[in-house]
Ligand binder design. Structure first.
Ligand SMILES: [Zn+2]
Length: 429
């Protein structure tokens, strides 16, 4: 049974093998037919497909190439057209249009653009110079004799009438009158302010620093009105013209009288005018609080104007102490109890530095100094000052007030101001 079944199984498998072989042959034949068919029918489409793929490639290439070359050729075309047109035009215009600049101070013409180089000439202000080139941001090359030289550009201007158009750094012209602006801080504390201060501008060696010069006293009716001693309406912490504890202080006192009968206000004005001229010569702009016998500006208005217009405030006084000998110069320092009150708190150190600079310079030129050159004094001026502010007492009623003395004092004050602003080292060179 086993054998039979085995033999029949073998036969069946042999038959299956036979039919498998025919199936494989059929499949191979079909594959071959399909392969040939595919070869015949698909082949022509393959390059077609490739062509379709490459066509947009070449199209975009053509498109991108086309606009790139078009503007290129346009500029190439226009450049030679416009260049010969504009070049002769501009050269025609600039050749006769020579640029002239004017010196605004004494300037050196140097052989090369170097502050250490040889000086060809020292020219005064208002010299007309023909520009050769703007060498760099610092130097301008100018015609000088048969050749050229170099001048520092900041000393030159194209404005021939520059003196008339000159202003201070805050926009005031020479000789302009400055009144108390009611919007300025503490302006509403002032009682007398119908007068005006005057701005003077240095014409040469400009430092762009405005010194407020306040000739003490000289306000008619100033002792009949009063203002708050302090911005916080507290009382005076020292006695003086106004009593200790006084909440209100005289707007402007009349000042003392010299032994020869001259009012203090006359000498303070004289001294202020000498100092003004020296400051202007040295390149400072000067805000003169008073230029005549009288100015209707109280101490508060004088201070507020200086706060808003000047870089510092120097009030000139002589002390009325009743002594029959010249006690010497000192400045009024802020008393300690006021050093926490604004604007004093933010200002007093700078004020003392300025005051000390003035005393040191006066001392250096052998002017007599009172003790250490300072006395604590509660003043309206320093109580409201927001710029470095000094009341300098240049002596007392026994001091000499001749021109030579006043000039010597002004020389000392100028030297002190120069020290404060760091100009003395430059002057020593
Ligand atoms: Zn005085």
């Amino acid at each position: 049974m086993e054998n039979n079944s085995r033999s029949s199984r073998n036969r069946r498998s042999r038959r299956r093998k036979k039919s498998n072989k025919t199936a494989i042959l059929l499949i191979v034949a079909l594959v071959l037919i399909l392969a040939i068919a595919a070869g015949v029918f698909l082949q022509p489409y393959i390059p077609g497909l490739r062509a379709e793929e490459t066509t947009p490639e070449t199209t975009t290439e053509e498109i991108t190439e086309a606009p790139t070359t078009e503007p290129e050729t346009t500029t190439v075309e226009t450049t030679p057209e416009t260049t010969p047109e504009t070049t002769p035009e501009t050269t025609e215009e600039t050749t006769p249009q020579v640029t002239f600049l004017y010196t605004m101070t004494d300037v050196n013409v140097r052989i090369s653009p170097d502050p250490e180089s040889e000086i060809l000439a020292a020219l005064p202000a208002d010299t007309e110079l023909e520009v050769v080139s703007e060498y760099d941001s610092e130097w301008t090359e100018v015609k000088y004799e048969d050749g050229t030289g170099f001048v520092v550009t900041e000393y030159l201007t194209a404005d021939k009438d520059w003196r008339a158009h000159m202003t201070s750094k805050n926009g005031y012209t020479d000789g302009s009158f400055i009144t108390l602006d009611p919007s300025w801080k503490y302006a509403d504390y002032s009682e007398i302010h119908s007068g005006s201060a005057v701005m003077y501008l240095a014409s040469e060696n400009r430092k762009n620093i405005i010194v407020g010069v306040n000739a003490g006293h000289g306000t008619k009716g100033g002792s009949e009105k009063s203002t708050y001693s302090h911005p916080d309406k507290t009382g005076k912490v020292t006695g003086g013209t106004n009593a200790y504890g006084a909440v209100m202080s005289m707007c402007v006192s009349s000042g003392m009288t010299f032994e020869d009968g001259t009012p203090e206000s006359v000498i303070t004005l004289k001294e202020a005018q000498i100092l003004k001229d020296m400051l202007l010569n040295d390149g400072y702009d000067v805000l003169m609080i008073r230029i005549g016998e009288d100015v209707q500006l109280d101490n508060l208005a004088r201070t507020v104007i200086c706060n808003n217009v000047a870089d510092c405030h120097i009030a000139i006084h002589w002390d009325g102490d009743g002594l029959d000998y010249d006690k010497g110069v000192f400045y009024c320092a802020v008393p300690d109890p006021l050093k926490n009150m604004e604007p004093v708190a933010s200002t007093w150190k700078k004020s003392e530095e300025l005051g000390q600079s003035l005393i040191d310079a006066l001392s250096a030129q052998k002017t007599k100094i009172f003790v250490k050159g300072t006395m604590d004094m509660d003043l309206t001026q320093t109580s409201y000052s927001s710029v470095p502010s000094v009341d300098i007492e240049l002596g007392n009623q026994s001091s000499k007030t001749d021109d030579e003395t006043l000039t010597k004092l002004a020389t000392g004050l100028l030297a002190g101001i120069n020290t404060y602003y760091g100009f003395n080292e430059e002057a020593a060179e």
